[in-house]
Ligand binder design. Sequence first.
Ligand SMILES: [Ca+2]
Ligand SMILES: [Ca+2]
Length: 208
Amino acid sequence: MLNYRKFVKGYLFLLFFVSIFSRPTSAFDGAGGIIINEILPSPEGPDDKEEWIEIFNQNEFEVVLSGWQIKDMAGKIKTYTLRDKTTISPKGFLVFPRPETKITLNNDGDGLILSGPSGEILDRVKYESAPLGESYNRKGAEWAWSEVLTPGNINVFTKEKPKLNTGSQEALAAIGEHPKSFLPLFIALALALLSGAIILIMKKRLEG
Ligand SMILES: [Ca+2]
Ligand SMILES: [Ca+2]
């Protein structure tokens, strides 16, 4: 015979965990969902004037980016700190031109790291060589070069098969956004199963 009290205890324990893990994330709590979305390392014109970096806010809320940083990975490494109180609107874009960031995107391979105010890495991208006049675009979990440049707008792709960058995919997996989104689902499922079991047991007890 299953112990009814044990089940109730377990149920309350689970509720406790749900209350901890399913707290809504605010703009200042981890600040996930800001991604490097498109970069232009090798523009048709002069690199030192026409390179740019686009970031995108996947959230449904505005995020304040005070103290956030963008840093490149190769050659002369430069860290750009976003201006204090910089905001990015819900589902909005921000484009940082090279004259502002002073970050050089090397045409023969480089990368970018986006980090939050505490230095936590929130996104990164790497590329091996940049085709002239093409931007590197995020396409879901993948990245692809595109002849259509869309600074400040939704990315557009002109090529059928994207050149995959496994490095950036690994980095994406490490960001931790996905496990976070699966956890509440898993807990909800566990709760549903447990609730079902409790109802069955109570029903049996009532019948008995
Ligand atoms: Ca360049
Ligand atoms: Ca874009």
